[in-house]
Design a binder for this molecule. Structure first.
Ligand SMILES: Cc1ncc(C[n+]2csc(CCOP(=O)(O)OP(=O)(O)O)c2C)c(N)n1
Ligand SMILES: [Mg+2]
Length: 306
């Protein structure tokens, strides 16, 4: 793939790679421990969607806010929730981010700006408006990013939340991670329009659709949205089109996902594809990327320190 003259600087390119690699490795470790029966928890893999969180997070400061969903491991890691505490919370340990009382669907770590993770579809949107309103009233230039799925864009809270954010010009970025399915339902069976970003027009905000498997495109869309929010010019809806490799949750038989469709998505795995692009275009050497990858080591669930 050709180089992109408009790509962000090398630091940002490598930061995105590092984040994507951490998510991929952590997800792989979780899935292997689950399938071998060493741990038991409900797990919604974000594998395939990691470019989205890598792309927006490089524009965020530690004091910016992020709201995530149950399919949130990528968003948690990208916002900098410490790996050990995150891992411990997933496993229900007292050393977890919420002392093990919240579990994987309720990761909260205000110290790193990961404010809320919810299992109720769409419910993060009005909560994000609350964070954004607090920043607006306090006169800070903090921004709030709220992540949700394509299915959530059919929930009342999405429409009420975007309307209010549009009226009050809240510094919030609505990131719809459109992975083409809501639970077992393909998007076309639940949503009568093709582009979820078109919904932004009803609420007086900018709406864009980006390739959510392209970290550079995601990074650029997020840069504009973050600048708009920080300047007090209101919210943005970013629809990032992507694919979830492992169905709705671990154990899903995935019969409703055409085999060829899933295979094609996995063949175009955005993480190794981006790795190759960085090398081909001289942004990093294979050795440099290998060194970055080997610096990422998810802890063992059997470690006494967790
Ligand atoms: C209000 C509400 N309705 C239904 C559910 C059951 N449910 C859990 S996940 C899900 C699908 C949501 O799909 P989407 O928003 O596209 O997110 P994805 O899982 O694809 O990331 C549904 C219907 C729920 N948790 N909350
Ligand atoms: Mg979905």
């Amino acid at each position: 793939m050709a180089d992109r003259p408009d790509a962000p600087d090398r630091d940002a390119l490598l930061a995105m790679f590092e984040i994507q690699s951490r998510i991929k490795l952590c997800d792989e470790r979780f899935r292997s421990l689950l399938t071998s029966g060493q741990i038991q928890l409900i797990y919604y893999s974000p594998r395939g969607q990691e470019c989205i969180s890598a792309g927006y997070s490089v524009h965020l400061r530690p004091d910016d806010y992020v709201v995530a969903t149950y399919r949130g491991l990528h968003d948690h890691l990208a916002k900098g929730v410490p790996l050990k505490e995150l891992w411990a919370e997933f496993l229900g340990r007292a050393t977890g981010t919420c002392k093990g009382k919240g579990g994987p669907m309720h990761i909260t770590h205000p110290e790193s700006g990961l404010m809320v993770t919810t299992g109720i579809v769409g419910s993060g949107i009005p909560i994000a408006n609350g964070f954004a309103l607090a920043s607006q009233l306090s006169g800070t230039d903090q921004v709030t990013v709220v992540n949700f799925g394509d299915g959530a864009s059919n929930i009342g809270a999405f429409h009420e939340g975007l309307n209010m954010a549009g009226v009050w010009k809240l510094p919030v970025i609505f990131v719809c991670q459109n992975n083409l399915y809501g639970e077992h339902t393909p998007m076309a069976m639940s949503t009568p329009i093709e582009r979820i970003s078109d919904r932004a027009a009803s609420y007086g905000m900018v709406g864009v659709t980006v390739d959510g498997n392209d970290p550079v495109a995601m990074c650029q869309a997020a840069e504009e949205a973050v600048a708009r929010a920080r300047a007090g010019e209101g919210p943005t809806l970013i629809e990032a089109v992507t694919y979830r490799f492992w169905g709705h949750l671990m154990g899903d038989a995935m019969e409703y996902m055409p085999k060829e469709e899933r295979q094609a998505a996995m063949d175009a795995d955005p993480v190794p594809r981006y790795r190759q692009w960085l090398i081909d275009n001289g942004h990093a050497t294979d050795d440099e990327l290998t060194a970055l990858e080997s610096g990422i080591a998810p802890p063992s669930p059997h470690s006494k320190r967790i």
